[in-house]
Design a protein around this ligand. Structure first.
Ligand code: HEC
Length: 471
């Protein structure tokens, strides 16, 4: 690296240009298929949003490129690239990062869509770190999680600078951390707030990795403090996994007040097919953690009593259909094969036996996309948008979008509207693109739509700026 710099300095600008061009060519040949041509992310994460899950120093980047991150499908380039070429790539990433920071276009004030001119505002513009989930307590009050482990209050559109003290410690590594937040359907009378988070054991693997799994707790917020905590779901320690990805997780309630929450397959794809393991599932419990008598494996004979559906890869979206009360789910596919599913108890959604996805190296995961006894998604994306939070549009703000599904995508930095009729997706409209990675979607009681973004860490609000009058 030093030698390169010295050489560049001696030879002048032309050699620098030459070296940069070469890095770009290497990048386009070896990295763009997963990380995107503009480094914006796609099937693997963005490298220009300032978020580094595996370390953001030059040394971390060099190590991750050289040795790969095998558990998550990042290849190792030691065999094919020299140290100088890897250093060149690190510099290329840095330059793209600073360009992207400078060049992200300002948010549009108005967004013309098929039905409305939508007013776009930055609702929470600063003070957040990796915001993960947003939910409304009432029209004026919202709760928001930050993945590193903070629960925040937003009142009248202002972020309370003081996080809630005493929330459970989280395993904040990779995709792990504080995940979803939800308020009890009877919050006004009982005050319960529900959280899912990555939970670590003291146990380590031979390589020193920490055993972890997604856990569900509830508690109350009193004077900025988390109190009365109850653990509602904690998996058998024997089933904890050593990876740091695919934790899920979202929470939703059905009209009977039962609670659904998701756990990703933790990178152990075959676990998703085994109803006796907690990962790769959507679970259903009563609000006190007890098991509903009509759960598909309630007797615990052929599966865990809490399991509601299985064969789910990494569900990071759950939403309750306002009219039918049925739970809709989004799950990340690999390359291609992001899915929207309508959940039904005891059903196998097929991962990894059937999928529309490809492995990160481009080979098909399976040539089987349908199978007897395995449910098809109602909709899927190929290539993946890295589908994440979902919520149904309700309330008076956007009457023409009543019961449409608003969907966020991380990789493609997209917010989409899926028009739904009779449980089918009739058409899809892209609402917003390129404002940031969309981690979560929320709708307030009046019907305004919110998108929680990562890189920039902000929350955007969409309201009705008038019915579209276009030819
Ligand atoms: C086959 C797909 C694939 C290719 C090709 C690939 N990567 Fe990755 N890379 C991944 C995945 C998957 C991750 C893990 C992060 C994630 O889940 O998106 C990752 C992670 C990384 C990270 C760590 C990111 C962090 O958050 O800390 C760096 C740096 C990186 N890749 C650089 C590169 C470079 C440079 C190249 C080309 C030489 C490359 N990658 C090629 C799939 C790929």
């Amino acid at each position: 690296m030093q030698r390169y710099l010295l050489l560049s300095a001696l030879l002048g600008a032309s050699s620098i240009t030459f070296a940069e061009d070469r890095s770009e060519a290497i990048y386009l040949e070896k990295c763009a298929s997963c990380h995107g041509r503009e480094l914006q992310g796609g099937n693997a994460q963005s490298m220009v949003d300032g978020v580094w899950q595996f370390g953001g120093g030059d040394g971390d980047l060099t190590r991750n490129i050289k040795f790969g991150i095998s558990a998550v499908g990042m290849p190792n380039y030691e065999p094919s690239l020299s140290d100088d070429e890897i250093n060149g790539l690190v510099r290329y990433i840095r330059e793209a990062q600073s360009r992207a920071g400078a060049e992200r276009p300002p948010l549009p004030e108005t967004l013309p869509t098929r039905d409305y001119d939508v007013k776009v505002e930055k609702w929470i513009g600063e003070g957040l770190r990796l915001p993960w989930a947003l939910t409304f307590v009432d029209q004026r009050t919202a709760l928001l999680t930050e993945q590193p482990g903070r629960l925040r209050i937003i009142k009248d559109g202002k972020l309370d600078p003081k996080p809630i003290a005493g929330t459970p410690p989280v395993f904040s590594r990779g995709q792990g951390g504080l995940l979803d937040v939800a308020v009890d359907p009877d919050y006004a009378t009982n005050g319960w707030v529900y959280l899912t988070h990555s939970h670590a054991l003291d146990r380590k693997s031979e390589k020193g990795e920490t055993a972890s799994m997604t856990r569900l707790v509830r508690g109350k917020i009193v004077d900025h403090a988390w109190t009365d905590q109850q653990v509602l779901f904690e998996a058998d320690p024997a089933t904890y996994r050593y990876t740091t990805h695919h934790f899920g997780s979202r929470i939703a309630f059905d009209p009977e007040g039962r609670l659904y929450f998701s756990i990703g397959e933790r990178g152990h794809q075959d676990d998703a097919q085994n109803p006796n393991l907690p990962n790769g599932k959507v679970h259903r419990v009563n609000r006190d953690g007890s098991i509903p008598a009509d759960n598909p494996f309630a007797d615990g004979v052929k599966g865990l009593p809490s399991v509601f559906t299985y064969g789910n890869r990494n569900p990071q979206g759950l939403a309750t259909h306002p009219a039918t009360g049925v739970i809709w789910e989004s799950e990340h596919g690999p390359m291609g094969g992001d899915e929207i599913n309508v959940l039904e108890g005891g059903v196998n959604y097929g991962w990894p036996k059937i999928t529309y996805g490809l492995n990160y190296n481009g080979t098909p995961i399976t040539d089987t996309q349908r199978a007897e006894g395995m449910r098809q998604p109602v909709s899927y994306w190929a290539p993946s948008i890295a589908v994440c939070g979902i919520e149904f549009s309700q309330g008076d703000e956007f009457p023409r979008w009543k019961d449409h599904l608003i969907v966020g995508g991380l990789g493609h930095e997209t917010l989409q509207r899926l028009a739904i009729a009779d449980g089918h997706v009739m058409h899809t409209e892209q609402l917003l693109q390129g404002a940031g990675r969309v981690r979560d979607v929320a709708v307030d009681p009046s019907g305004a739509i919110y998108a929680v973004l990562n890189g920039p860490a902000i929350v955007i609000r969409l309201t009705n700026g008038g019915v579209a009058r276009r030819q």
